[in-house]
Design a protein around this ligand. Structure first.
Ligand code: GLU
Length: 282
């Protein structure tokens, strides 16, 4: 039987101009796909409609083309697939694994400050689980009053549902054992948008048949959540490859929010994309 084609992706969010670190990440996936004769897809992760802009998306695609990347079309845009995420949420809801969370950021901070201990996860202090304990009628009252809510995964309940030996393979670090509760009760649908990064990325990697997820090391811990969701939703598990992050001269990670020099600025100043690719090792 012929071997299934491998499928790679680059999945940027159009919240600002791409910087060299994003370019590195895109080239990394693209080169990995080319090396094994795999497919390369681009996915626009635009669920945050407050921060994502069509002009950023257009600029992003132009930057990537300038860098020498080509990708299959049509490009999947997450904002056009909310029904897929709703279906996944419905599955988790039927299994009794999600609950509405009415907490504001302030309330969560207050709760954490007042608690005798505050368990930490890879992204900081874990959600203390306040709304997990609400009764059915308390939930109904809050909903009837129109209080906005997010949907959170009950990670303890989820952990009981899956094999204690869930694993995933990381190209660099080898076989990993999933820690289903490491991130606490993560948000799967935000107050302002009916999905979240973790849910959308997991569903989309499956829908698009991604066999190899390549992305920055900063997302290594998130893979525990994604592996858990794959098990709960009966989705396949890709192979993972978390690459190094590019740092600036001060040793700080390049980031859109840091105002790192953008690919567009480099292009405007006459930089040569072939030179950039070779400087980055491609
Ligand atoms: N959209 C995410 C970002 O721009 C990347 C998601 C992923 O590769 O899993 O950081």
């Amino acid at each position: 039987m012929p071997k299934q084609k491998t499928v790679f992706r680059f999945a940027p969010s159009p919240t600002g101009a791409l910087h060299l670190g994003n370019g590195f990440s895109a080239l990394y996936s693209f080169a990995a796909a080319q090396t094994v004769g795999g497919r390369f897809l681009l996915r626009v992760e635009d669920i945050d409609q407050g921060r994502c802009r069509p002009e950023h998306e257009a600029a992003m695609l132009a930057d990537l083309a300038w860098l020498g990347l080509t990708w299959e079309t049509p490009v999947r845009r997450q904002s056009e697939h909310m029904a897929d995420y709703a279906a996944a949420l419905a599955t988790l809801d039927e299994a009794g694994l999600i609950y509405p969370c009415f907490c504001t950021r302030k309330q969560i901070a207050r709760e954490i400050a007042a608690a005798p201990s505050a368990p930490h996860g890879p992204d900081g202090v874990l959600y203390p689980g306040t709304c997990r304990a609400l009764s059915k009628s308390e939930r109904e009252d809050k909903m009837a009053a129109g209080t906005a809510y997010a949907l959170r995964l009950n990670c303890e309940a989820a952990a009981r549902r899956v094999s204690p030996n869930l694993t995933w393979y990381d190209q660099d670090k080898g076989l990993q054992t999933c820690q289903p509760t490491a991130h606490g009760d993560v948000v799967l649908a935000r107050k302002d948008t009916p999905t979240s990064y973790h849910l959308a990325v997991t569903v989309d990697d499956a829908v698009q048949g991604i066999s190899h997820v390549t992305r920055g090391m900063d997302l290594f811990p998130a893979t525990h959540v994604h592996r858990l969701l794959q098990a709960l939703l009966d989705l396949p598990t890709p192979e993972y490859d978390h690459h190094r992050l590019l740092l600036d001269d001060e040793g700080t990670r390049l980031a859109k929010r840091q105002g790192s020099i953008s690919l567009a600025e480099m292009r405007a100043s006459g930089a040569d994309p072939v030179e950039i690719r070779s400087d980055l090792g491609f």
